[in-house]
Design a binder for this molecule. Structure first.
Ligand code: FAD
Length: 429
């Protein structure tokens, strides 16, 4: 079960389905962070707007209710990052202000993130990559903050906060409703055409339609859904935490090539996630794939390898979800005035903060309000399509496999991986 769903403070009430034909100014498809932040900023900019959200399942069903809770300034590509970065920092602070004022239960704490090097190749990589906002931590300095076995050094960046994503997405839904937005649950948009969205038992006629369905978007060649899986321990004792550290709830990861991420939760568990699950032919999504036993086992082994004191600790929760990876790893936001259709996504696993920036940007774009964020590089970005199958299947799964092999190579040779070098010029997953 998903830890976040299991540790909500309250069960949000079920909302009505759309069962009639209605009119609105803006219809938003998808009740995750992108859709909800769009609604939030639309109503902040123009309280008179009629905004409705159609959610196929329930609020928080998608990645927004399942993620690792890193509210970071990460961006999936280096292209345009220097321009986007200041706005991501603003978004972190604005999410923080929202949580502070309206949803303290989210447990937003901006204590930064620590990347740990556990072999010489990882160490060389993090020493090379030190940016002005990052501080290199010697082994001694690192171990004072995070007691990970085999650590040689680390990198610290202050630009990351930790959150309980399940509580944030639900609190956001409650707040947009207070602003007058109507949310319909169990109301899947079946067809979307200019000015009209149809679901099974109703429709919305609207001037603007925002597609905020990210990894659930229909075109299989527009993105590759790649599964990220998570596990969480039982709450840990103070004694165990005194050995592990993370006294300020910093998020953390090992400098592996294969993505991994951890946080100390509000109720003192370790929640850790990682990639490595196989990509499904045809960009399919399968609930069964969220529970890939092999990947969950590998993540648990990694956690026990990091922290041998957790040898006897129980893992109480396992879950997962898919992240949306465009061919060029470039996030996109677009609005076509002629058709009234807008969309945003392609966050490649970095969407907690980016979705806030997207929602705010979409609101400014469709209301034609000037703001520097409406001219950022990812606005009106055209992503190339992925290769057709079976090339996509071969390419994505080949790179998942090679990424894992690159880490094994580095652990063995202690030198920067040649596999990773070859992979960088081909495809990253
Ligand atoms: C396991 C995991 C860990 C992650 N960890 C992090 C992290 O730590 N930090 C980070 O920045 N990012 C992380 N991410 C990525 C991040 O969670 C997402 O990028 C972000 O939540 C996407 O938000 P969204 O609103 O665009 O999409 P979603 O939250 O997926 O919302 C889309 C919604 O659209 C609905 N929908 C789909 N089709 C239709 C339809 N036809 N009609 C109506 N509704 C529809 C879905 O039910 C869903 O609720 C992680 C993702 C996963 C899966």
């Amino acid at each position: 079960m998903n830890l976040w769903d299991d540790t909500l403070l309250y069960n949000s009430r079920e909302r009505e389905r759309l069962t009639t034909n209605i009119d609105a100014d803006v219809a938003i498809i998808g009740g995750g962070f992108t859709g909800l932040w769009s609604a939030y900023y639309l109503k902040k900019l123009d309280p008179t707007l009629r905004v409705v959200i159609l959610e196929a399942e329930r609020i928080g069903f998608g990645a927004s209710g399942r993620n690792g809770g890193w509210c970071s300034a990460l961006y999936p590509t280096t292209q345009g990052y220097s321009e986007v970065r200041p706005h991501l920092l603003t978004s972190i602070d604005e999410i923080g202000a929202f949580a502070h004022d309206l949803a303290p239960e989210v447990g937003f704490v901006k204590s930064g993130t620590i990347t740990v090097a556990r072999n010489k190749a990882q160490l060389a990589r993090i020493q090379e990559s030190t940016a002005p906002h990052e501080t290199y931590l010697s082994k001694g300095a690192l171990l004072g903050r995070l007691g990970m076995k085999g650590a040689l050094g680390g990198l610290y960046t202050p630009d990351c906060a930790v959150i309980h994503p399940g509580r944030l997405v639900r609190a956001l839904a409650e707040q947009v409703e207070k602003l007058g937005v109507i949310i319909y649950e169990q109301s899947r948009a079946l067809t979307i055409e200019p000015n009209l969205v149809k679901s099974k038992d109703g429709s919305v006629r609207a001037t603007t339609i925002i597609k905020a369905t990210e990894v659930f978007s229909q075109n299989p060649r527009s993105h590759a859904p790649v599964y990220s899986l998570m596990v969480a321990t039982e709450p840990l004792s103070d004694e165990l935490w005194s050995e592990i550290g993370l006294a300020h709830r910093e998020t953390f990861s090992e400098a592996l090539h294969l993505v991994n991420y951890g946080q100390r939760t509000l109720d003192n568990r370790l929640a850790v996630g990682g990639r490595g699950a196989r990509y499904l032919f045809g960009s399919r999504l399968r609930a069964k794939h969220e529970m890939d036993h092999r990947v969950h086992q590998e993540i648990m082994e990694l956690v026990r390898d990091w922290f041998p004191v957790l040898k006897k600790t129980k893992f109480t929760h396992r879950w997962g979800g898919a992240v949306s990876i465009p061919r060029d790893w470039h996030p996109y936001i677009s609005w076509d005035k002629a058709s009234g259709i807008a969309r945003a996504g392609g966050y490649s696993g970095d969407g907690v903060t980016l979705s806030h920036l997207s929602g705010k940007t979409l609101a400014h774009l469709v209301l034609e309000r000037d703001h520097p964020i409406t001219t950022l590089p990812h606005v009106n970005w055209q992503n190339p399509m992925w290769e057709p199958e079976p090339l996509r299947w071969l390419g994505v799964n080949g790179s998942v496999l090679a990424t894992d092999l690159a880490d094994r190579e580095e652990a063995f040779t202690r030198r920067p991986s040649l596999i990773a070098k070859a992979l960088n010029s081909f495809i990253r997953v």
